[in-house]
Design a protein around this ligand. Structure first.
Ligand SMILES: *[C@@H]1O[C@H](CO)[C@@H](O)[C@H](O)[C@H]1NC(C)=O
Ligand SMILES: *[C@@H]1O[C@H](CO)[C@@H](O)[C@H](O)[C@H]1NC(C)=O
Ligand SMILES: *[C@@H]1O[C@H](CO)[C@@H](O)[C@H](O)[C@H]1NC(C)=O
Ligand SMILES: *[C@@H]1O[C@H](CO)[C@@H](O)[C@H](O)[C@H]1NC(C)=O
Ligand SMILES: *[C@@H]1O[C@H](CO)[C@@H](O)[C@H](O)[C@H]1NC(C)=O
Length: 348
């Protein structure tokens, strides 16, 4: 609720004591308070204010008015830690700097109106540099309400073995359902401007010759394929399986097009849906993710940034791997080049 981390927020404690009581009335007031606080955007001293997406769910004009009627790339943070991990900040920087005309919108599922500046110094630095990076929060229950995914949230999700991952899987689909746009995982570093990708309103991206990943995708709101994805996810969601949503997405595509995934990827485009092969966003396949952290040549890295739009770095497997300032590992080379402002907080 609106109070999970509020005790740490001194100014809130003094100015908005009722927030600490957990009730729907409080939620309402917190939303109003968020909206009120939002006005000067990131300038508040105590915390970074998150725009409340909840009030825009049925109101696309409000969404456009707030985020500038531009194309939006959504990123989603579901850890509820109140902190955006530095490598994820790098992904925001890369996307924002290569695509200055795109709104890079980080959506957090935590219920606080704010996150603390002192815990997010790398992010704070970026917000001052890139006006196209925006922060929002949304209450999951509200986001999923009256969508095909609502049923999962109230039933099987209660038994999930991977709450952070599964919540992220559901939230990305619901955001595209409500607003349309592009979704990217926080462990995808953009390495080329996305102008060609953004021209394809509806797309999915592979991480192998016969498998689509859900780390990057784009959809027009309420697109019929997106509806099928949601329906198949609802039918097949298995709270005990880590990759249940990506698996369901693959079977949804097979059902929708009556094509194998391998055929769809080979076709590149079918019924105005684009399929990127693994070069697009996963030049490092799952089996090879360690190569991201082994030394390599500059030429090799340059080749990647010519043939790919983004690099999925399989964060849940690689986030713990450290590297030195002048490392020649692909991840380090790419980060030095595409998130130079964040880079100093990435190496050990
Ligand atoms: C951004 O948009 C402006 C105005 O629409 C345009 O002049 C400019 O070329 C665009 N820049 C990029 C990098 O797309
Ligand atoms: C956030 O900052 C507070 C101090 O303001 C600290 O106690 C807490 O551990 C920090 N949380 C994280 C996740 O770094
Ligand atoms: C984006 O990259 C393409 C090449 O992929 C290039 O032709 C185009 O000019 C670039 N656009 C911008 C706005 O930088
Ligand atoms: C699906 O495609 C196969 C051929 O690959 C065809 O035999 C079958 O009739 C198709 N099914 C539908 C429902 O169109
Ligand atoms: C890394 O390279 C920079 C620039 O060449 C140099 O200033 C710095 O001392 C190097 N850092 C380490 C740890 O070697």
């Amino acid at each position: 609720m609106c109070g999970v981390e509020l005790e740490k927020m001194v100014f809130l404690r003094h100015t908005f004591l009722p927030c600490l009581r957990i009730s729907s009335v409080v939620l309402f007031f917190c939303s109003v308070y968020c909206a009120f606080l939002y006005l000067p955007s990131h300038q508040d001293q105590s915390g970074l204010v998150l725009t409340d997406l909840g009030r825009m769910l049925g109101d696309l004009n409000a969404f456009d008015a707030t985020f500038g009627r531009r194309q939006v790339v959504f990123f989603v943070e579901t850890s509820n830690s109140g902190k955006v991990f530095e490598r994820h900040v790098c992904s925001l920087e890369a996307a924002a700097s290569l695509n200055p005309n795109v709104t890079v919108l980080l959506v957090m599922t935590q219920q606080n109106c704010q996150i603390q500046r002192e815990n997010n110094t790398a992010l704070v630095r970026l917000l001052d540099e890139y006006p196209n990076i925006r922060l929002a929060s949304v209450e999951t229950k509200q986001l999923l309400k009256n969508t095909i995914l609502e049923e999962i949230w109230t039933t099987k999700f209660l038994h999930t073995v991977a709450p952070v991952q599964h919540l992220s899987d559901l939230v990305r689909l619901a955001l595209l359902w409500h607003f349309g746009g592009v979704y990217m995982d926080l462990d995808v570093m953009t390495v080329r401007n996305l102008s060609l990708v953004l021209r394809e309103a509806n797309f999915l991206a592979a991480d192998d010759v016969d498998h689509l990943n859900s780390c990057v995708m784009g959809f027009e709101r309420r697109h019929p394929l997106l509806q099928t994805l949601l329906e198949v996810v609802r039918a097949e969601y298995d709270p005990k399986s880590y990759s249940t949503v990506p698996t369901a997405i693959n079977s949804a595509v097979v059902a929708y097009f009556n094509l194998s995934i391998e055929e769809a990827i080979k076709l590149r485009k079918w019924q105005r849906v684009r399929f990127y092969n693994s070069n697009g966003f996963s030049p490092f396949k799952y089996a090879n993710y360690m190569n991201l952290f082994y030394p390599t040549t500059i030429e090799w890295v340059e080749r990647i940034s010519r043939s790919s739009y983004g690099v999925h770095f399989w964060g849940s497997h690689t986030n713990h791997i450290v590297f030195k300032e002048n490392s020649t590992a692909p991840f380090a080379q790419l980060a030095r080049k595409f998130c130079p402002k964040t880079y100093p907080s990435l190496y050990t």
